[in-house]
Write a protein that binds this ligand. Structure first.
Ligand SMILES: [Zn+2]
Ligand SMILES: [Zn+2]
Length: 127
Protein backbone atom coordinates (compact mmCIF):
# COMPACT_ATOMS: atom_id res chain seq x y z
CA UNK A 1 0.00 0.00 0.00
CA UNK A 2 2.84 2.39 0.86
CA UNK A 3 4.34 2.09 -2.61
CA UNK A 4 1.03 3.16 -4.19
CA UNK A 5 0.87 6.18 -1.91
CA UNK A 6 4.50 7.02 -2.68
CA UNK A 7 3.76 6.67 -6.42
CA UNK A 8 0.79 9.02 -6.08
CA UNK A 9 2.76 11.59 -4.05
CA UNK A 10 5.47 11.56 -6.70
CA UNK A 11 2.88 12.17 -9.41
CA UNK A 12 1.39 15.07 -7.45
CA UNK A 13 4.87 16.52 -6.88
CA UNK A 14 5.68 16.15 -10.59
CA UNK A 15 2.48 18.01 -11.45
CA UNK A 16 3.26 20.80 -8.99
CA UNK A 17 6.84 21.16 -10.26
CA UNK A 18 5.65 21.11 -13.89
CA UNK A 19 3.07 23.81 -13.17
CA UNK A 20 5.69 25.96 -11.45
CA UNK A 21 7.75 25.76 -14.63
CA UNK A 22 4.90 26.96 -16.80
CA UNK A 23 4.07 23.47 -18.08
CA UNK A 24 0.90 21.43 -17.84
CA UNK A 25 0.65 20.42 -14.18
CA UNK A 26 -2.34 18.14 -14.69
CA UNK A 27 -0.77 16.53 -17.76
CA UNK A 28 2.44 15.70 -15.92
CA UNK A 29 0.47 14.49 -12.91
CA UNK A 30 -1.35 11.88 -15.01
CA UNK A 31 1.75 11.03 -17.05
CA UNK A 32 3.71 10.41 -13.85
CA UNK A 33 0.82 8.51 -12.31
CA UNK A 34 0.44 6.19 -15.31
CA UNK A 35 3.98 5.83 -16.60
CA UNK A 36 6.87 7.16 -14.56
CA UNK A 37 6.08 7.62 -10.86
CA UNK A 38 9.34 8.85 -9.27
CA UNK A 39 10.88 9.03 -12.76
CA UNK A 40 8.24 11.56 -13.79
CA UNK A 41 9.23 13.76 -10.88
CA UNK A 42 12.89 13.49 -11.88
CA UNK A 43 12.14 14.29 -15.52
CA UNK A 44 10.03 17.30 -14.61
CA UNK A 45 12.67 18.45 -12.13
CA UNK A 46 15.37 18.35 -14.81
CA UNK A 47 13.28 20.05 -17.48
CA UNK A 48 14.15 23.66 -18.21
CA UNK A 49 11.51 26.15 -17.16
CA UNK A 50 9.30 27.57 -19.90
CA UNK A 51 8.83 30.75 -17.94
CA UNK A 52 10.62 33.94 -18.84
CA UNK A 53 13.25 35.26 -16.40
CA UNK A 54 11.76 37.05 -13.40
CA UNK A 55 9.66 40.03 -14.47
CA UNK A 56 11.04 41.97 -11.50
CA UNK A 57 14.34 42.38 -13.31
CA UNK A 58 12.65 43.75 -16.45
CA UNK A 59 10.81 46.21 -14.24
CA UNK A 60 14.10 47.55 -12.88
CA UNK A 61 15.58 47.85 -16.38
CA UNK A 62 12.75 50.04 -17.67
CA UNK A 63 13.33 52.68 -15.05
CA UNK A 64 14.88 55.87 -16.29
CA UNK A 65 18.59 56.21 -15.57
CA UNK A 66 20.69 59.30 -15.18
CA UNK A 67 24.49 59.51 -14.85
CA UNK A 68 25.81 60.25 -11.37
CA UNK A 69 27.42 63.74 -11.42
CA UNK A 70 30.20 62.41 -9.22
CA UNK A 71 31.23 59.07 -10.78
CA UNK A 72 29.24 59.02 -14.10
CA UNK A 73 27.72 55.59 -13.35
CA UNK A 74 24.06 55.28 -14.38
CA UNK A 75 21.71 55.39 -11.41
CA UNK A 76 17.90 55.33 -11.15
CA UNK A 77 16.42 58.75 -11.76
CA UNK A 78 15.16 60.29 -8.53
CA UNK A 79 17.51 58.21 -6.34
CA UNK A 80 18.69 60.17 -3.32
CA UNK A 81 22.12 58.54 -3.12
CA UNK A 82 24.37 57.09 -5.84
CA UNK A 83 24.64 53.33 -5.29
CA UNK A 84 28.16 53.27 -6.76
CA UNK A 85 29.98 56.10 -5.01
CA UNK A 86 27.45 57.09 -2.30
CA UNK A 87 27.27 60.72 -3.44
CA UNK A 88 24.04 62.53 -2.54
CA UNK A 89 21.94 63.33 -5.60
CA UNK A 90 19.94 66.46 -6.34
CA UNK A 91 16.41 65.10 -6.42
CA UNK A 92 15.19 68.68 -6.98
CA UNK A 93 16.26 68.72 -10.64
CA UNK A 94 13.44 66.28 -11.44
CA UNK A 95 10.98 69.13 -10.77
CA UNK A 96 13.12 71.76 -12.50
CA UNK A 97 11.61 71.47 -16.03
CA UNK A 98 8.17 72.35 -14.63
CA UNK A 99 9.49 75.52 -12.97
CA UNK A 100 11.28 76.53 -16.19
CA UNK A 101 8.09 76.26 -18.28
CA UNK A 102 6.78 79.68 -17.25
CA UNK A 103 10.05 81.44 -17.98
CA UNK A 104 11.74 83.15 -20.91
CA UNK A 105 15.40 82.98 -21.83
CA UNK A 106 17.23 85.82 -23.51
CA UNK A 107 18.50 84.62 -26.89
CA UNK A 108 21.34 87.13 -26.70
CA UNK A 109 22.92 86.50 -23.29
CA UNK A 110 21.08 83.40 -22.03
CA UNK A 111 19.74 84.98 -18.84
CA UNK A 112 16.47 83.60 -17.52
CA UNK A 113 13.44 85.70 -16.53
CA UNK A 114 9.85 85.09 -15.39
CA UNK A 115 7.41 84.89 -18.33
CA UNK A 116 6.11 88.46 -17.77
CA UNK A 117 9.53 90.08 -18.37
CA UNK A 118 9.64 92.04 -21.66
CA UNK A 119 13.21 93.30 -21.94
CA UNK A 120 16.47 91.69 -20.83
CA UNK A 121 19.12 93.50 -18.79
CA UNK A 122 21.31 93.43 -21.92
CA UNK A 123 18.70 95.38 -23.92
CA UNK A 124 17.39 92.41 -25.92
CA UNK A 125 13.62 92.11 -26.32
CA UNK A 126 12.38 88.87 -24.72
CA UNK A 127 9.94 86.59 -26.54
ZN1 LIG B 1 28.23 58.12 -8.16
ZN1 LIG C 1 20.11 89.32 -22.46
Amino acid sequence: MEIVLFWFVCAVAAGVVAASKGRSGLGWFFLSLLLFGILGLLIVGLMPSLKKPEPARADVDTRERVPCPSCRELIVKGAEVCRFCGAAQQVADVAAPKAAAGRVTCVNCGRNYPAGQKVCGCGMTLR
